[in-house]
Ligand binder design. Sequence first.
Ligand code: ZN
Length: 293
Amino acid sequence: MECSGIGLHSGAPVLLRILPASAGTGIVFRRTDLDGFEIEAISRNVARVSYATSLMKKGVLISTTEHILSAFTGMGIDNAIVELNNLELPILDGSARPFVDMIQKAGVRKQRRARTYLKIRREFELREGNKFIAVYPSDVYGVSYSINFPHPLIGKETFQVELSNGNYLRHIAAARTFGSREDERAMRNMGLIRGASRENCIVLTRDGVENGPLRFSDEFVRHKVLDLVGDLALLGKQILGNVVADRAGHAMHTALVSRVLRDKTLWEEVTVSEDDEPVAAASSVHAAAGSAL
Ligand SMILES: [Zn+2]
């Protein structure tokens, strides 16, 4: 399956294809404009993180990876090759839904190999000023995200979801990225959001939304969940744990990933074969075991 679009920050046109991959491959990005140079979607390759998450290997960049990685996790896809002919993923409609649609059209293949999960054993908390992110032991993958955004439509919003039983597709995938008119000029001056438009971003005005209607009344916090799920894909394995975030962003999401990976007392690898029902894990975790495109 392929699609084309422009990068949110670079504004660069890009053609994207999603290809199947064998068990154990993980998610790998391939730059077709650079002789097929490959960058694995893992924490070690995280480059710089501010308004988006970027991967870099040997000086080669792949930017704004979070939405497609979120779609893969949300659909239980462990293995795929993502080909692109430029440095940034297409922003499409600003959500993960176009990627989900692409993957669904391509079809998902179940692989026989057992899936290995990263199961959280001990809590880990990270605080920076009023920002907070933490992970706690759980038999399923759960996320609880809070934001506090000074805007009449937003304010304090919390969204809690267990990423199983189709919850990602129903409640998270369609939530779009957002930004305010006031921030726009500053970000453009920094060379960011050159590709932003009303078609790929909810534009907040002083007291409303310029390009409504919203897809959910709390679309903003749902998009934060989407971003978090995408950044946590850089663990390289599906996580079994409860993630709690408050006013965090890409930098804290990826910091959690690298800190958790570094401290092996926090987690253990649990392998679940297709025939074993993971204890207390949701049925969709079982159904998705070892899936690929
Ligand atoms: Zn996002």
